[in-house]
Ligand binder design. Structure first.
Ligand SMILES: [Zn+2]
Length: 399
C-alpha cells in the first residue's frame, strides 16, 4: 500500500487528525441488505501496510466495511435508509481506535529504527489489536538487551521528533535512506521521523513522536531462528501499566507487604506450603492405612476378597485404598462410590482384573481400564450385593 494513486481526496493523508467530514455520495451499489457507497472524499483509512481499516459511522449508521477497488474507496453501510447519489453524509471516525493505530504505527517505525541500531533487522511486523509484533533477524536478543532497546526507544520518542510525509516520484527515491526498499509503485509516500527514520508507508501516523506515549517490551518468541518481539505501544502500554498497578495493589493487600518484599514473602509462603504439604501427606497416608484396616476388619465374608461402598468424599482415594488392601492385607478388593470404582488384586489372586472387567462390564455397568492387577473407571448404579456375587463367582471360577 505504498502506491498512493487514488481518485478520492484521501483526507486521512492530508490531515490524519480529522475526525468528521461532510462528503457527497458519488456512486451507490446496492448489495443485498447493504449498500456500497463511494464518496467525493473520505477520512476512513481502508487498511494496509499492516494497519487495520478504520471503523466509524456514516451519518448514524455504522460503517460495516471499507475496501479499495480499481483506485476507488467503497464504504459498506446497511441499506435500512435510502442512499442517493449527490446526498451529503457526515463521516465520523472511531477516533480512539484510529488514534491508537496512529500511535502503534509510528511507534513501530521508531522501534524498527532503534532495533536496527542494535543490529536487529525488521523482517515483518504485525500491528495487532492487543500487541505489536516485530520479527527481526540478527543476534538473538536476551532480556537485558530488550530492556535496553525499550529504554532507547522511549528516550527517542520523548525527543518529540516531528513526523513528516513526502509524496515522491520514482526518480526522487535516492534522496531517502529507506530501511526497506518499496515494492511496485508509481508515486510513493515516505514517512520520515525527522532525520531519524525513513519508511515507505501508506498508513496513518501521529505528528510527533511524543504522542506515541510509551513503548513496553512484552515478550519474545523464537521462530525459525528469528526473534518475534512483542511490544505494547501507546494506549496499550498505558492500559498495561494501569492493569499492572491494579494487580500490584491487589497483591500488596493479599501479601500484606510492599512490592519490594513480594519475592521474599512468596519464597517464605512456598516454603511453608511445602512443609504443610509434607505433613498433610504423612497424615493422609496414615489415615488411609487406618481406613483400609477398617474396611478389612468390617469385611463379613471369609476375607478372600473385599467389596465395599465408600463415601462420596472418598472418591479420590479409591485407588490408594485398594492398593493398600492389596499390599498390606493381600486382599482382592472392589471399592466403589456412587459412580466410580476400583478393582485391585494381588499377584497370587485367582481373579484376573482385566478378565473380570470384560466379563461383568455390562452386568455391573463398568467403564474403564488399567495395568495388570488394577482397573478403575466409572460404574453406573453399583449394587453391593450384585458386585459381591460377581466377585464370588470370579474368584471361584479362576481357582
Ligand atoms: Zn507507517
Amino acid at each position: 500500500m505504498t502506491d498512493i494513486r487514488m481518485n478520492e481526496e484521501k483526507h486521512y493523508y492530508a490531515d490524519a487528525y480529522l475526525q468528521n467530514l461532510e462528503a457527497q455520495i458519488k456512486e451507490v451499489k446496492p448489495s443485498g441488505k447493504t449498500c456500497w457507497l463511494r464518496f467525493d472524499k473520505t477520512i476512513f483509512y481502508p487498511g494496509g501496510g499492516g494497519q487495520s481499516a478504520d471503523t466509524g459511522f456514516l451519518d448514524d449508521l455504522p460503517l460495516l466495511e471499507i475496501k479499495e477497488e480499481n483506485g476507488h474507496l467503497w464504504h459498506k453501510a446497511a441499506s435500512s435508509i435510502v442512499w442517493k447519489e449527490g446526498q451529503m453524509v457526515t463521516l465520523r471516525l472511531d477516533w480512539p481506535r484510529r488514534y491508537y493505530n496512529m500511535q502503534q504505527h509510528t511507534g513501530q517505525h521508531l522501534l524498527s529504527r532503534v532495533l536496527e541500531s542494535f543490529d536487529l533487522k525488521t523482517v515483518s511486523v504485525h500491528l495487532g489489536e492487543d500487541y505489536t509484533m516485530i520479527e527481526v533477524e540478527g543476534p538473538y536478543p536476551n532480556e537485558q538487551r530488550l530492556l535496553q532497546i525499550e529504554q532507547e526507544a522511549n528516550k527517542q520518542l520523548r525527543r518529540a521528533i516531528p513526523v513528516v510525509t513526502h509524496e515522491i516520484s520514482r526518480s526522487e527515491i535516492k534522496r531517502f535512506p529507506l530501511r526497506k526498499p518499496p515494492g511496485a509503485w508509481q508515486r510513493l509516500r515516505v514517512v520520515e521521523i525527522k532525520d531519524f527514520d525513513y519508511s515507505a508507508c501508506g498508513g496513518t501516523h501521529v505528528k510527533q513522536t511524543a504522542e506515541i506515549g510509551y513503548i513496553k517490551w512484552l515478550g519474545t518468541e523464537k521462530i525459525r531462528g528469528h526473534a518475534r518481539i512483542k511490544w505494547l505501544i501507546g494506549k496499550k502500554a498505558d492500559e498495561y501499566i494501569g492493569a499492572s498497578f491494579a494487580t500490584m495493589q491487589a497483591v500488596k493487600a493479599e501479601l500484606q507487604c510492599e512490592p519490594a518484599q513480594f519475592t521474599e514473602r512468596i519464597t517464605a509462603l512456598k516454603s511453608d506450603l511445602k512443609t504443610f504439604r509434607k505433613a498433610a501427606d504423612v497424615y493422609k497416608r496414615s489415615h488411609l492405612r487406618w481406613r483400609a484396616a477398617e474396611l478389612y476388619n468390617a469385611c463379613k465374608n471369609d476375607k478372600a476378597y473385599i467389596v465395599a461402598g465408600l463415601r462420596e468424599e472418598e472418591t479420590a482415594y479409591l485407588g490408594d485404598l485398594a492398593k493398600i488392601l492389596v499390599k498390606e492385607h493381600e486382599q482382592t478388593a472392589f471399592l466403589f462410590t456412587k459412580d466410580r470404582f476400583c478393582l485391585a488384586a494381588p499377584e497370587n489372586s485367582p481373579l484376573d482384573t482385566k478378565e473380570f472387567l470384560d466379563a461383568y462390564r455390562e452386568t455391573l455397568g463398568l467403564k474403564g481400564g488399567g495395568p495388570p492387577g488394577f482397573v478403575q473407571g466409572a460404574v453406573s448404579n453399583p449394587d453391593e450385593k450384585l458386585i459381591a456375587g460377581c466377585m464370588k463367582v470370579a474368584m471361584q471360577n479362576e481357582q
